[in-house]
Design a protein around this ligand. Structure first.
Ligand SMILES: C[S@@+](CC[C@H](N)C(=O)[O-])C[C@H]1O[C@@H](n2cnc3c(N)ncnc32)[C@H](O)[C@@H]1O
Ligand code: SF4
Length: 435
């Protein structure tokens, strides 16, 4: 399923979001309680209530990469793929300015709680253009006090000067794609940076005054060993970041990786290996003081949680700027045309760059809420389930997949074995069938 979340920078099997539950002192207190195994139900009130007061996020899609990694099916283009199309970073920037004007005319001035620049490779277009986009969002809408402002970056297109410029422009968070510390794994993934560059970049970002830094890992790549993953985790922890996202390698149709697997050049990733690696990651990060807050995301404190991603997971409102970006406002969803040249041409002509839209029915919205909220450490209120779904939740708790204490308190919260089978638990809760 190609969802807005997948197309906007992080994997659906991982996710991301918005408001600021972590600025509510009661939430920090709840977070502290999660560290005591004796106390169940770590349901931060502000997170649980969040869907009633949705914040407003802006996503900005940068559709450019220096080269395409073999596993990646995101909406992104290399210079040679764009040759002759008229698309360019400056054309993109002009078009994004026009779409910001359109967004302002549509939603009115509304302070932005989170901004997330994703890609593609935002760092490829330089800190100047990234700062200009942020300035335009700030001028149009205003930023809410304490707004979270993230940009994704690829290690090889960053430098101390780049991060200093970002910090000066108002970026508060950087997310770097590291994937692995093992050179042979990076080769299979067709990444362009050396193993050490991601860690160095994370340190440079912190030194430049960027308050929050994430490293992305991919695990269960063919050829990766447990020791390779342990070395990657050591490197991540050594980098001093406060957030880690870890995704099992997905072989996406149409990618170079899929073709190599189909030709037998590489084995497909193994589900059992992926499950064991997930446990290894969770053990190592937990021992280092990180808590999972979404199945594939760990943070070292409540302040380190990615609020923009929370907005996606908790049914918030956001406007997605840029080619292929998805938006969600008041239950309506729409998505932009994917090609940067077409996107820019539509806006130049004074048209909306929208490709299509849909208004979710009540039951579709409920299904989405179950799918997304069950992946959060706060879980989902049982009130979101129908009677057969609630019965299935009871059976899932008996099978050790949902936490019984949370269930008794009215929420479905995955146990660690449940996290490994999250998609299956979601299906069963929605179908009300035995797990
Ligand atoms: C699409 S990238 C964009 C950010 C940046 N260009 C980069 O490569 O780090 C965001 C993250 O999605 C994850 N990702 C993309 N495709 C994936 C796949 N097929 N399987 C697992 N993770 C994937 C990677 O961890 C990557 O860091
Ligand atoms: S750099 Fe990131 S967005 Fe670009 S192809 Fe690689 S994974 Fe995809």
């Amino acid at each position: 399923m190609a969802t807005s979340h997948e197309s906007q920078g992080q994997r659906m099997h991982t996710g991301k979001g918005a408001t600021c539950p972590v600025h509510d002192p009661s939430v920090s207190a709840c977070w502290e309680r999660t560290h005591s195994p004796a106390v169940p139900a770590p349901v931060p009130a502000a997170v649980a209530d969040w869907s009633f007061v949705p914040p407003f996020g802006i996503y900005v899609h940068v559709p450019f990469c220096a080269a395409r990694c073999g596993y990646c099916d995101f909406n992104t283009y290399t210079a040679s793929e764009l040759a002759g199309s008229g698309a360019s970073p400056d054309g993109w920037l002009a078009a994004v300015h026009r779409e910001i004007d359109l967004a302002l005319r549509t939603v009115g001035r509304r302070p932005v709680d989170t901004v997330f620049v994703g890609g593609g490779t935002p760092s490829l277009i330089g800190a100047g253009r990234l700062g200009e986009v942020l300035g335009a969002v700030r001028d149009a809408f205003g930023l809410a006090p304490g707004a979270e402002v993230t940009t994704e970056s690829n290690p090889e297109s960053t430098s101390p000067e780049f991060f200093a410029e970002l910090a000066a422009a108002g970026f508060t968070r950087v997310s770097l794609g590291m994937q692995s510390a093992a050179p042979h794994v990076l080769r299979v993934l067709e990444r362009r940076h050396t193993p050490g560059r991601a860690v160095a970049a994370a340190r440079e970002a912190r030194a430049a005054g960027i308050g929050h830094v994430n490293l992305d890992l991919i695990y269960a790549t063919p050829g990766e060993t447990d020791d390779d993953l342990r070395a990657s985790l050591d490197a991540v922890l050594d980098a001093g970041v406060d957030h880690v996202s870890a995704y099992s390698l997905i072989v996406e149709d149409g990618t170079a990786l899929a073709r190599r697997v189909a030709r037998g050049e590489l084995p497909a990733p193994d589900d059992d290996v992926a499950a064991a690696r997930y446990e290894l990651i969770d053990d190592r990060l937990s021992a280092a003081g990180f808590d999972w807050y979404e199945v594939s995301n760990w943070a070292s404190s409540p302040e380190a949680v990615c609020r923009h991603n929370l907005g996606y997971w908790l049914d918030g409102d956001w406007w997605g700027l840029g080619p292929g970006a998805h938006s969600h406002l008041d239950g309506a969803r729409w998505w932009n045309v994917k090609h940067p040249a077409r996107y820019a041409a539509l806006l130049r002509a004074g048209d909306a760059p929208e490709a299509d839209r849909e208004v979710l029915t009540g039951s579709e919205r409920q299904t989405e809420r179950v799918m997304l909220q069950l992946r959060l450490a706060t879980g989902l209120p049982l009130a979101l389930l129908d009677d057969p779904g609630a019965a299935a939740a009871g059976r899932a708790a008996e099978d050790g997949l949902l936490d019984p204490a949370h269930l008794a308190a009215g929420r479905a919260v995955l146990t660690r074995p449940g996290r490994l089978l999250a998609d299956r638990v979601v299906q069963q809760l929605l179908a009300g069938a035995p797990v």
